[in-house]
Design a protein. Structure first.
Length: 217
């Protein structure tokens, strides 16, 4: 467990990257849904880059803090208020579900690249800042973690929605029925260590690829 001083320092550095990684992921789903014909999120005022519109007090603040505390700063997990998407209002529900689901991980990939670019800039002795450099490093890691996590083929994660979109209708319907059990399954995988074992090599590869692209190695 982190001591109080270390926890406060970690929160100060990680708060902005974590909040934006979680909330802009959700906003991206709303933008994509509106583009493909479903204005539900727009009508509810959820298509916004303002993180305050997406923050869930438990999922965006309390749970990440507790996991950060009890994992000794080695793991982070959280979620925002899901953006409402009525897939039945999409112009082509089964096909367009794929793009709406992909929008969230794509937003995380974009943010990971932005943080990597900032890390490159702040690593330069002429323009460097330890605080910004640490924040950028965390932003790169957090967005890669959320991207990989959400691409897992487990409803209601984005990867599960993508699988439903790609599978033949009969298989897609059967696979979608897993959704009520998706979050309990995810928690089971998390606390048994299976989730970490599955994600770690993919996350490490994603970070290395982005870091290499921006010349951080």
């Amino acid at each position: 467990m982190l001591d109080p001083n270390t926890l406060i320092q970690t929160i100060a550095v990680a708060a902005l990257p974590v909040i934006f990684a979680i909330t802009l992921h959700e906003a991206a789903h709303g933008y994509a849904a509106r583009h493909f014909g479903d204005p539900t999120a727009w009508q509810m005022g959820r298509i916004s880059l303002n993180p305050l519109r997406h923050i869930d007090p438990i999922g965006t603040i309390l749970i990440p803090l507790l996991i950060l505390l009890f994992s000794g700063g080695k793991f982070l997990f959280g979620y925002a208020k899901p953006v409402p998407v009525d897939f039945g209002r999409l112009r082509n529900p089964k096909r367009d579900m794929l793009w709406v689901a992909l929008a969230g991980p794509a937003a995380n990939l974009f943010m990971a690249c932005c943080w990597a670019l900032l890390l490159k800039w702040t690593s330069d002795p002429a323009t460097g800042s330890n605080f910004l450099s640490e924040m950028s490093g965390i932003g790169l890691i957090v967005n890669c973690v959320l991207m990989v996590l959400n691409l897992l083929p487990l409803p209601p994660l984005d990867g599960g929605r993508i699988a439903v979109s790609l599978l033949p209708h009969r298989l897609a319907w059967r696979f979608a029925r897993i959704e009520p059990w998706g979050f309990p399954i995810l928690l089971l995988l998390l606390f048994t260590g299976i989730l970490g074992a599955l994600m770690e090599p993919v996350v490490d590869f994603s970070i290395s690829l982005i870091a290499s692209f921006f010349g951080l190695y």
